[in-house]
Design a protein around this ligand. Structure first.
Ligand code: PLP
Ligand code: ZN
Length: 380
């Protein structure tokens, strides 16, 4: 049976529905031993639940699934380099956050939870709200008032209680933590079950690459839920003797909000306090990453790094992806901008995997704003 444990002070706690952080203040991880049976995986349907024995849900009846996952791994060429891209905007709610939500809300159901709270810049809130709707679990979703209207409408369509907070993403988090004193905190940042859903990103790549790991994963980094999930997934595969190495982790941040970049560049253990500027990449505009220490540790352990991109580079990458038939969120365009930077010094034969994390349909007004700044659709 799994347990919570704290990677900072080594305390452990039995599972319960009220604890969402360690007594020392750190976010908790999960002690859990996954298993991998390739024949069973190959026989199951095309969803992330095909890695059933590696997902910490006890009873099959607890599982809430909309057939999410096993997204395409598309080969693309950028500036003469071949790169593999996971098309992770192809999820029921339009972003990869469904990986975490399907597992976390299945667990909430297994634990008998009837109501949850969550705070997000929009996509995690949409994903949690959708799976709560399926489960018949009540949910309050807290978002900063600047959130894209597509995400707000989506959250309300799933009949969640939308709580718009006047103030920043950070202020929104503080209000939600108060609410979490009384209600189950289905937080994509704090709740380790979310990461045990996002880790399926690693399992899918492993399978789609012929049961191997790539050399490098290039991923957006805000709270690091995809980056840490990928790390956990490949670490579990390595510990199970299924892959030889954990890929190098390269995190991409917007130059306007880059606490992880600062922490990495300055050799710090934690992401330092920063002044946050405006960015179109709202999904990674996180000034205070909850698992900042863990992210920096994982990046250093794998020999990775953190890169930043400017608003202009984000606009150019958005435009380029449109020409390739991909309408993505500006946040995902930031990843591609970072990829293009990274490729300038790519090693020979280095196998790189990246991801398109969210659909452009959610952030239409941000795209229109970019249009003014970057003349996206102008003929040239
Ligand atoms: C949440 C999100 C990210 C970044 O995820 P973090 O967990 O904050 O690192 C990237 N892209 C999109 C579209 C997102 O919704
Ligand atoms: Zn602790």
């Amino acid at each position: 049976m799994e347990k919570f444990y704290c990677p900072e002070c080594d305390r452990s706690y039995s599972l319960n529905t009220t604890r969402w952080r360690c007594d020392c203040g750190s976010p908790l991880d999960l002690e859990f031993t996954p298993e991998f049976f390739t024949e069973k995986i190959l026989k199951r349907g095309p969803s992330l639940w095909r890695y059933r024995e590696a997902i910490p849900i006890r009873k099959d009846q607890s599982i809430l699934s909309m057939g999410e996952g096993l997204t395409p791994l598309e080969e693309m060429e950028f500036d003469g380099h071949r790169v593999l891209i996971k098309i992770d905007y192809l999820f029921p709610t339009g972003s990869y956050k469904d990986r975490g939500a399907t597992v976390l809300i299945s667990k909430a159901r297994e634990l008998g939870v009837t109501k949850v709270v969550e705070d997000s810049s929009g996509n995690a809130g949409s994903a949690i709200a959708a799976y709560c709707a399926r489960a018949g679990i009540g949910c309050d979703i807290y978002v900063p008032e600047s959130t894209s209207s597509g995400k707000l409408v989506q959250i309300q369509t799933y009949r969640a209680n939308l709580k718009k907070i006047e103030g920043s993403r950070e202020e929104t988090a503080r209000v939600t933590m108060e609410a979490a004193k009384k209600t189950y905190y289905a937080s994509h940042c704090w709740n380790p079950y979310f990461l045990h859903g996002t880790k399926t990103f690693a399992f899918e790549i492993w399978e789609q690459m012929g049961w191997k790991s790539p050399d490098t994963l290039l991923l957006p980094a805000g709270h690091g839920t995809l980056l840490l999930g990928a790390y956990i997934g490949f670490r579990e595969l390595k510990e199970a003797g299924r892959v030889k190495k954990i890929p190098r982790l390269v995190g991409i941040q917007s130059a306007a909000c880059a606490p992880l970049f600062q922490g990495f560049a300055k050799g710090l253990d934690e992401a330092p306090a920063i002044l946050k500027g405006e960015t179109m990449a709202e999904g990674i505009a996180i000034a205070e990453p909850v698992r900042g220490k863990q992210i920096l540790r994982a990046i250093r352990e794998t020999g990775g790094e953190v890169l930043t991109v400017t608003e202009k580079e984000i606009g150019a990458a958005f435009k380029e992806m449109g020409r390739r038939g991909h309408f993505i969120e500006p946040t995902s365009a930031a990843t591609i901008a970072g990829l293009k930077k990274y490729l300038k010094r790519k090693r020979v034969k280095e196998v790189i995997v990246s991801s398109l994390t969210g659909t452009g349909l959610k952030a239409v007004e941000k795209v229109c704003h970019m249009e003014k700044v970057c003349h996206l659709t102008a003929t040239q």
